[in-house]
Design a protein around this ligand. Structure first.
Ligand code: OXD
Ligand code: MN
Length: 595
């Protein structure tokens, strides 16, 4: 059967199950997008923003019980529990289908089913994958137009590939949080998602296909699907060094990917290839080559402003969708820190639920926009978008940057000793939790490679796959760890962050190119105090020392916390990771683990 016949059959089966009144195939045209928008405007499901300030842009308010990814409802339905490991929820595929099929039965009665073939990855790339989402949410359909390459590029790709397509069945049903399921069937490249219309739960090309299913496929086929930004650092001679970075959700990935360099006049600039996901294959040159599978940004709005991320502000200034932000009386989107001089919204602003905003409105904290409110903006509109972001070959990666949000612990930057140690550095990453997923904000959680919620199989096997990939890479990326969030005794951030982070990227660049002074510490190489390019930055020697300090006693405690985390993987934990943990223990003087 041809790919197209299989796709038609799949859609017929989905329609047979969900029984929509109408089926609309989307081919990716502007007219279709405008029809989706017009329908939502007519039904009062979205609000047009001030057309002069934000042309062709709209506000959508989600159900208050549907405002973030819900990891507790997210399952990997692989044959054996062991396949998904201790950090994923598991359901037997047959049991899952029996349980959830009745919820889909007739769920689209009285509704339209949108059929969205889409391509993840640049047109013509060997890494690109065809997705197919059917959904009864026009908001999801419109968002897919921004986040993916809808229609013809996907159908064309389908003709040239043996991989087939990755189908996804989505319904908002009645948005019942108690019957919410985001089910992945990795052996069928299939997703079923019901009762959520939000972000990663509903835009199935993003976390579901491009991370959970793709990581499974990547292991099978020898490539990597990672929760990573991709950036290019241009040096004064015009050469660009490409790096990827893995940070947990809402830890500044988008800001780093779009960094505006304060050293642009000296020739140091950052180009954006992607802000959330990287797919990487081994090139003939023994290097890793990365593409961004997405076509847009689904960024966290609060905190984004002309100072922190002017490129994102430009990208979202037109043809964008906003979700759960506040709305000013002038029809402008508003969120906390959109303008750091304006701590509260203008009078007459409606909060993210459409209620008049008042001080002390019962929200904790007293916010107008939801802390996980988002902008959905086309990548092509970003002023820093790289001319190579659509390159089917991808870009060659020289560095991996891991990072998290740690008030203490991790220094500003350090480099792993080698690939194996680098895999351990990624595997032992931890971060203070943010609002991007449900859970207690601020609590430290271990989030290996920022993939904890996104790795589609057993994390122990995932590290083994990384270690294997390293054996095949004759020219592996250098591995670094950064922490922009270290605080001093006064509770204030020690490092200015944002654009100034380019100085840290420059040290990495120096290291990659065989320069860059470093000292060996128990956790890796840190820059010597004179190694960072700090000209023009007002930072005291004492602050710098504090930023770069490695406290072995702190790390000894950290080792004790890593121990049970790694232990839960049992036989699936690669010996190399256990070896690295033992090495770290020894170097920081933590002694032998407690049995
Ligand atoms: C995202 C996330 O939306 O990581 O990118 O939660
Ligand atoms: Mn993400």
């Amino acid at each position: 059967m041809s790919g197209m016949d299989a796709l038609n059959d799949w859609v017929d089966d989905a329609a047979h199950l969900t029984k929509p009144d109408e089926i609309v195939w989307l081919s990716g045209s502007d007219d279709e997008y405008q029809r989706l928008i017009a329908g939502m405007l007519d039904r009062g499901e979205i609000t047009r923003l001030n057309e002069r300030a934000y042309p062709n842009s709209y506000l959508y308010r989600s159900s208050p019980s549907d405002v973030a990814r819900t990891e507790g409802d997210t399952y990997i339905c692989a044959p054996r529990k062991e396949d998904v490991g201790p950090t994923n929820h598991w359901m037997d595929p047959t049991v899952a289908k029996e349980k959830v099929r009745p919820l889909f039965d007739g769920v689209m009665r009285g509704r339209t089913m949108y059929v969205i073939p889409y391509l993840m990855g640049p047109v013509g790339s060997s890494l690109a994958r065809v997705g197919l989402e059917v959904t009864d949410s026009p908001y999801v359909a419109a968002s897919m137009f921004i986040m993916t390459r809808v229609g013809q590029p996907a159908l064309d790709h389908l003709k040239t590939t043996d991989d087939g397509f990755y189908p996804g069945l989505h319904s908002i049903a009645n948005l019942d949080p108690k019957n919410r399921y985001i089910l992945h069937f990795p052996e069928e490249n299939l997703v079923w998602s019901i009762n959520s219309g939000y972000g990663g739960n509903a835009l199935l090309g993003k976390k579901c296909l491009s991370l959970r299913l793709a990581s499974w496929a990547g292991r099978r086929e020898g490539w990597l699907a990672e929760h990573m930004l991709i950036l290019g650092l241009e040096d004064p001679s015009g050469n660009v060094t490409y790096m990827t970075g893995a940070f947990p959700s809402a830890c500044g990935k988008t800001n780093l990917a779009m960094l505006v360099s304060p050293l642009a006049e000296q020739g140091w600039r950052v180009w954006t290839i992607g802000d959330d996901i990287a797919w990487m294959r081994i090139g003939e040159d023994g290097r890793l080559w990365a593409v961004n599978p997405e076509a847009g940004f689904f960024g966290v709005a609060p905190g984004t402003n002309e100072g922190t991320n002017p490129n994102a502000m430009a990208a979202l200034s037109r043809n964008s969708l906003f979700t759960n932000v506040a709305l000013t009386p002038d029809g402008l989107p508003w969120w906390e820190d959109i303008n750091p001089d304006q701590k509260t919204p203008p009078p007459g602003t409606l909060d993210w639920q459409g209620r008049p905003w008042t001080r002390g409105n019962g929200e904790k904290p007293n916010v107008a926009a939801h802390p996980n409110s988002r902008f959905t903006a086309p990548a092509r509109q970003c002023p820093s978008i790289s001319e190579r972001w659509n390159d089917p070959q991808g870009v060659p990666i020289s560095a991996f940057i891991f990072g998290g949000r740690r008030a203490r612990m991790a220094p500003l930057v350090y480099q792993a000793f080698n690939w194996q140690h680098g895999v351990f550095v990624g595997a032992s990453m931890a971060s203070e939790q943010t609002a991007a997923a449900e859970g207690k904000v601020g609590k430290v959680r271990r989030d290996p490679m920022a993939m904890l919620p996104f790795c589609g199989y057993n994390m122990g096997d995932y590290w083994a796959h990384w270690l294997d990939m390293g054996k095949k890479l004759t020219n592996p990326p250098a591995v670094f760890h950064v922490n922009w969030f270290r605080k001093g005794a006064d509770g204030k951030f020690l490092w200015p962050g944002f654009g100034q982070n380019v100085r840290v990227l420059m040290w990495m660049y120096d290291r990659i190119h065989g320069r860059g002074k470093a000292q060996e510490t128990a956790i890796g190489y840190t820059p010597t105090e004179d190694a960072l390019h700090l000209d023009g930055l007002d930072i005291s020697a004492e602050t710098l020392r504090e930023l770069l300090r490695v406290d072995n006693a702190d790390w000894a405690k950290e080792c004790a916390e890593m121990e049970p985390f790694f232990a839960q993987f049992g036989d699936h934990l690669p010996a190399a990771i256990a070896e690295e943990l033992a090495g770290l223990r020894e170097r920081v003087g933590a002694g032998a683990p407690v049995a």
